[in-house]
Write a protein that binds this ligand. Sequence first.
Ligand code: SF4
Length: 211
Amino acid sequence: MLKEEALKYMGHRGQKLTPDMEQALDECILEVKQYGNFKAVTKEFSLSHSPLKIDELELELDYEDIKTYFKGCTSCLVIACTLGIGLERRIKYWSKVNMSRSVMMDAVASAYLEECCDQYEATLDLKERTYRFAPGYGDLPLELNIPLGNALNISKVIGVTRTRSGLFLPQKSMLGLIGIGAENLKRSCGNCIRREQCELRKEGLRCYKTD
Ligand code: SF4
């Protein structure tokens, strides 16, 4: 499954892999797992509506997409996680000695971060909840990573810093919001604000794991 997800990040659309590529991917998966050090932190905040706001942070979320997803939610859980600096350095090392290997490592690391975050989220046993929604998705600006990351103290707790525009360092880090208290909203193309533009969907693929 990790291999399939990594291939999506690499832009593969079901083409047959050569034995060399299979082997390189297997090696990258082993290496990403070896160098990755998954860490996560979460915090729950209460929400008020009209305007949508995270109360404790006095942070307005006046964005149409998240207003749609958070309709009826009473609180929101913010999750931040990372695979750590060791993996970042390893990917940089490959970028100096073998660029295509570095690109493959990067794709595997992105898929592995999603997988680790999904597994972590499953341990939280959240009931009525939306799916994870990250700044940079839909109309939610990337810059929100800054106040939300500060609220979770991510630089101290999991060793993640941000650029002024909200990009994470190490890059294989993410921050997401989950609305709590409304009807379960599962990730599906039918619920997705990107469905009209989404290239994956047009090709019959999905960004999420299907059973
Ligand atoms: S695959 Fe479906 S759920 Fe994923 S981004 Fe595209 S439209 Fe949205």
